[in-house]
Design a binder for this molecule. Structure first.
Ligand code: FES
Length: 170
């Protein structure tokens, strides 16, 4: 990990904040450090009909590394087909910052986990209404709402904050 690149990313965080018209959102929390990362995704179809990520945004109460990884990751996945993004792991999402040291790997995995949760929610949206589990999160409040007990999505269902360990095991 290149500390200078982390500082540069921190000084110019991209795509930070709630996305009002998002198609899907995923949230992951780490029981160990207490940090959380939430990612919003907007999808579109490309000219060949493939589902691609139009844009992504994030919020995080995480450490600097998680913020920096989320920033570069949201830039990296914009315009990419969903099936390609599904293959991307923390090491790839954080590549612009250099290899993460072992003690910082979980910061990158938080971002990967939030992305995976959002992609899963996006997949669920494609299912007929009757087949949905009720955990899709088409419109979600902010992380601040999560902590203030007002975490009630406008479009029904419930917000699911997934412990990072569960994401890694699934
Ligand atoms: Fe927990 Fe970085 S220390 S996300």
């Amino acid at each position: 990990m290149d500390e200078e690149k982390i500082q540069q990313a921190m000084a110019d965080l991209r795509n930070q904040g709630e996305m009002a018209d998002a198609d899907a959102v995923g949230t992951v929390g780490s029981p160990e450090c207490g940090d959380m990362v939430r990612m919003w995704l907007k999808f579109r179809e490309d000219e060949t009909g493939r589902k691609v990520i139009d844009r992504a945004s994030f919020q995080s109460f995480g450490c600097q590394t998680a913020l920096a990884v989320a920033s570069v990751a949201t830039e990296m996945i914009a315009g990419k087909p969903v099936d390609e993004v599904l293959e991307m792991e923390a090491a790839e999402l954080s590549r612009p910052l250099g290899a993460l040291p072992p003690m910082k790997m979980h910061c990158g995995q938080m971002v990967e986990g939030a992305l995976r949760e959002a992609l899963a929610a996006g997949e669920e949206q494609m299912l007929p209404e009757s087949n949905r589990s009720g955990t899709a999160q088409p419109m979600a409040p902010t992380l601040i709402d999560s902590f203030s007990g007002q975490d009630v999505p406008a479009a029904g269902g419930r917000i699911r904050i997934v412990p990072l360990d569960d994401v890694q095991e699934s």
